[in-house]
Design a protein around this ligand. Sequence first.
Ligand code: IUR
Length: 464
Amino acid sequence: MAAQGSLPALIRKKRDGHRLEEAEIQSFVRGITQGTAQQGQIGAMLMAIRLRGMDLRETLALTRAMAASGRTLAWPQAWHGRLADKHSTGGVGDKVSLVLAPALAACGCKVPMISGRGLGHTGGTLDKLEAIPGFRVSLSPEEMQDALERVGCCIVGQSEELCPADRVLYALRDVTATVDSLPLITASILSKKAAEQLSALVLDVKYGGAALCPTRDSARQLAQSLVWVCSELGLQGSAVLTPMSQPLGRRLGHSLEVLEALEALHGAGPPDLRLLVTMLGGLLLWQCSLAGSAEQGQQLLGAALDNGSALATFEAMLGVQGVAPNTAQLLCTGAPAQRWQVLGQASIQEELKALQGGWVQQIEALPLAHVLHRLGAGRERAGDPINHRVGAELLATAGQRLEEGEAWLRVHHDGGLDEEGRKALQAALRLSPEAPSGPPEFVTETILPTGAMPGSADAPRPPA
Ligand code: IUR
C-alpha cells in the first residue's frame, strides 16, 4: 500500500473518483518540475484526470500550481489594468493574432502575446510570422518589456522558464490520449496566461469539424470553465464561441495568411476576419476600461484598422522583432507585388474548377488543411521544417452561385499535388441545388463572468 500523500496514493485517489486537495495537486506538480515523478506516474495521473474529471476548485488549484512552476513576468505598475492578450483554441486560416495585437496596442493596450506553433492541422501564429524574413519569435523578458515600451506589443514563443510543468504535461497528453480533458485544457491555457501577469484575456473557443471542441455545447463548457478560472485568478476574462467548419478568411498557409492579415491592417480584407478581430478587441478594450462598452471598443478597433495606426504598430513590431526596416516597409506599405517579393511565392499556382454548378453551401476547412499539410504547410512532429509558401486562396464563399468549370480554389505549392489530393480538395466544396436561406452563423455566443451580455445594463463593470 502506497504511503498516504505519496504520488501512487494521489493517483489512486483520483483513479477512484475522489477530489484532490490543493496541497495534493501542488505536490503532484512539484514532482513534475523537480523530476521526482516518473513519466508513467504522470501519464497515469493524466488518464485518471481525463476519466474522472476535476471540479472547478481542483482545476483552479492545478492552474495555479502550473503557473507557479516557473518564472512569472512582471510589468511596470503604470501598465496594470491594460495588459491584454487573447487565446484561440485553434482553427484553420486563423490569422487574428497578427492583426489584433498591433490594433490593441494602437488603442492603448500593452500586449505581451505568447503564441504557439502549429501541430496537426491547425497553423501556429509563430510559424506564420516566421514567413517574414528576419522575424525573431524568442525574446527575453527584458526584450519583451522593451518592445511593449516602444511599440506596445510583441508576439513571441513560450520561453523555457515559463510554466515548465505545462511543457511536460502537454507533451505527455499528446502521447497518452489525454488532450481532450476539460480541466487539463483549462489549466494548460490559463497557467501560461497567469504567468504572463495579464489584466485581461479574451478566449476564442472554436467548435465544429476542424476544431478542438466538436460541438457548440462542449465549446460552451470549456468557455465557462476558462472564464470562471480567469475570475478566480483575478484576471478579467471573457470568451466567444465561434464555429470552425469553414476556414477563417479566404487565404490559408503561412505567407498567404500574412498577406491577408496585412489587408486587414489596411482596413480591408475579408469581413469575417475583420469582424472577429474587432469583436475580440472590443471586449478587451472594455475589459481594460479603455472603452465604455464592448461595442464602443469594437468601433475603436475598427478605427485603428482604418486610420493606419494598427498598421504602423505592426511595422514597428516587426522592427523590434528583428525584421530589417526596408523589408518591414515593403511588406507594410509596398505594392502587392513587392509584398510577394518579400515573402516569396510557391513555384506552382493551380486553380481547381467546380465539377458541377450549384450554390456554395460550405467549404470545409479540415480537408483543405489536411491536403496543405501534406504539401508541406504543416509538420508531423514538433521541430519539422515547414514550407511557408504552400497555401490556398478561396475564390468562392458560402452563399455564392458557382457554375460548372468556374475556379473556386487556387492552390500554391512547390509540386506534389496529385489526383488523390485534388479529389480530397474537391470534396471540401459542398454545393447545394438551392440558395442558402441566410448567411452562415459566426460568433454565436459571448461568455462573461456573470453571463451578462457585454454593454448591457447588467453587464459587469471592469475594475477602475
Ligand atoms: N493550447 C494550450 O495551450 N493547451 C492545451 O491544452 C491546448 C491548446 I488542447
